[in-house]
Write a protein that binds this ligand. Structure first.
Ligand SMILES: [Zn+2]
Length: 261
């Protein structure tokens, strides 16, 4: 909206050019590619000299272009600051229209300036245009999530699961314990017994890739334990590849193991 001191040709002092956006700039133009807004104002009156009725119309046609500020860009003398007269070393050769190689380098205004010792990284560009999603519930959720992600320590209590790095998450996952059970044997000696043995998720992942996990010690039952090599068969079942260095355990345990958890 703009105001003028004297009434314009239309008798208006206040003119609305946009709906509720005060940061709205308009410029009049004569460019015929811009659609015009036109109006005819007509007056009927009697000419006192000629005594004729006169129908007098005036045609108004105006063209406007509009500008909405999109970004604040802070310019700084730093862009020109080069006390040692360094030359760009990251330039690349590009052919000009005449087929001659010209050295060029990336240019433009940084969003964030390179780190300045004692100052840090300074941001020099900020988008300011309103986003069409402003005020929408999904936008509020996104902004809240952004706030949490950008400052995890401050908002740690809001996370359902404590945030961790992918590498930590992988480590934790791979360290998860699992228990395999050795099928009980009725052979006597040594008498009815089974064994348990602990492996990790990493062992399971290795076995899924076809590897054999070697030398896992079982619990001690009936005064002995076994050292077992395990692999996974084609059906995803855990099978002893060796027991105490032999194809089967000396006391007759079945080679199939069951995953307890
Ligand atoms: Zn045994």
């Amino acid at each position: 909206m703009y105001k003028i001191v004297e009434k314009d040709a239309m008798g208006n002092k206040n003119v609305h050019r946009g709906f509720s956006d005060s940061n709205f700039f308009a410029a009049q133009t004569s460019n015929p590619r811009i659609a015009a807004l036109s109006v005819d104002t007509c007056k009927d009156y009697r000419d006192h000299k000629t005594h004729h009725n006169v129908h007098n119309c005036t045609h108004y046609s105006q063209r406007y272009t509009w500008a909405i500020p999109l970004e604040i860009i802070y310019l700084t003398p730093l862009y020109e600051w080069n006390p040692h007269n360094f030359r760009h070393t990251t330039s690349v050769g590009v052919l000009d229209p005449h087929g001659v190689v010209q050295k060029v380098a990336a240019s433009g205004t940084h969003i964030i300036l390179p780190n300045i010792e004692g100052v840090g990284k300074v941001r020099t560009r900020y988008p300011i245009m309103p986003v069409h999603a402003d005020g929408e519930q999904s936008r509020k959720e996104l902004d809240a999530l952004k706030e949490m992600v950008m400052n995890m320590a401050k908002y740690s209590s809001l996370f359902e699961v404590e945030p961790t790095t992918v590498s930590n998450a992988n480590t934790q996952y791979n360290q998860q314990p699992h228990m395999l059970k050795v099928t009980p044997t009725t052979q006597d000696p040594p008498g009815y017994h089974g064994h348990d043995l602990m492996i990790t998720q990493a062992d399971i992942e290795d076995m899924k890739k076809g590897q054999t996990v070697r030398g896992i010690l079982t619990t001690t039952d009936q005064q002995h334990q076994h050292s077992i090599d395990i692999h996974m068969d084609a059906h995803g079942q855990y099978v002893m590849a060796a027991c105490d260095g032999l194809p089967r355990c000396w006391d007759g345990h079945d080679t199939h193991l069951t995953l307890d958890f």
